[in-house]
Write a protein that binds this ligand. Structure first.
Ligand code: COA
Length: 310
């Protein structure tokens, strides 16, 4: 079977730290409320999407040990491209010195999983190694006078290199991709505008779609949640993660969480949390790992992978 094995991971954050105390000076909020309601203490802001994506992508390629010339495609999940045209993936490809195809994916905070599944499909059709990056610079579209959104959103990037291999079992066991465009109005940004959100409604739906999507992916592979070593959820709000984990029957020891210091980085969130978890030794070869995301659209996405030990 031809499949894409995660060989290298990378991540990148801007240098500028924005703490909850910094936000107190910008809008009517306070550290205790933010920590209690979201689990976030600080986040990083600044920089362009291409800049963060290049840093994360370069690290993933270096750690993969693969020849950069073997990378045939750059897939960049982002909802904050540098420009409307061209695709930011092309800017990233040029700055990484790659000779490959390049395209952007926009499925908001579910984007990285959409990109990963698309990349796996292309490898199964015969393509070679693929760099998949999730990156957003949400600070560029956040209104820091709006306490409903300013406390959550931030900038960051995560990346994986998929090595195309022939092996007995696929690395991607199953997936679930979905969207409900009738809910577009609860979280959006117009072109040139800032993020507008109905927080309570997003929260309510987020828990439901995460649980449903995760279950659909597990069912498609015939896997019980008890056999999953690690769940890597979109880092939107610690209470959303805890609520979804409890409904899925997973204790928090088996859930990757890094939201406390990075906030919600949209497309960057899941690959960054995965990179951090691997760095902390939370995954061993052969483990099952379940990625689960949701976001504006609404969109949702899950991917169940067998870890091959990057
Ligand atoms: N600082 C201090 N107080 C705040 C506040 C803030 N930033 N935001 C709201 N409050 C106050 C409200 O005024 C309200 O006060 P009241 O009870 O006196 O009327 C109270 O806190 C509760 O407000 P509510 O809007 O119900 O808060 P909440 O618990 O739903 O938390 C969010 C707000 C935004 C943190 C939460 O709804 C959320 O995380 N939603 C999901 C957002 C998300 O994940 N988006 C990204 C999707 S990819």
């Amino acid at each position: 079977m031809r499949t894409g094995v995660i060989k290298g991971l990378g991540s990148a954050l801007p240098d500028q730290i924005l703490t909850n105390h910094d936000l107190e000076a910008m809008t009517d909020t306070n550290d205790a409320w933010i920590v209690d309601r979201t689990g976030i203490r600080e986040r990083r802001v600044g920089g362009m999407t291409s800049e963060l994506a290049v840093r994360a992508g370069r690290q993933a390629i270096e750690r993969s040990g693969l020849d950069p010339a073997s990378i045939e495609l750059v897939v960049l999940a982002t909802t904050t491209p540098d420009q409307t045209v061209p695709a930011t993936a092309s800017t990233v490809q040029a700055q990484l010195g790659l000779r490959s195809g390049a395209f952007d994916v926009n499925a908001a905070c579910s984007g990285f999983i959409y990109g990963l599944v698309a990349a796996q499909a292309m490898i199964s059709m015969g393509m070679g190694n693929i760099l998949v990056i999730g990156c957003d610079s949400l600070s560029r579209i956040t209104d820091y006078h709006d306490r409903g959104t300013a406390i959550l959103f931030a900038d960051g990037a995560g990346a994986v290199v998929l090595e195309a291999r022939e092996q007995p079992e696929a690395s991607l066991l199953s997936w679930n991709l979905g969207s409900d465009g009738t809910a577009a109005g609860i979280l959006y940004a117009d072109i040139g505008g800032v993020l507008v959100m109905e927080g309570r409604e997003v929260f309510r739906r987020a828990v439901r779609v995460m649980v449903d999507s995760a279950r659909a992916a597990l069912d498609a592979a015939g896997i019980d949640i008890a056999d999953v070593a690690l769940v890597v959820p979109h880092q939107a709000n610690l209470r959303i993660i805890e609520s979804a984990a409890s409904k899925l029957g997973v204790d928090m020891q088996r859930v990757a969480v890094n939201i406390e210091r990075v906030g919600n980085t949209s497309s960057g969130s899941i690959p960054m949390a995965l990179t951090d978890a691997v760095g902390k030794g939370q995954l061993s070869p052969g483990d099952l790992v379940l990625l689960v995301g949701f976001g504006a659209g609404m969109s949702w996405a899950s991917a169940l992978l067998r870890w091959d030990g990057a």
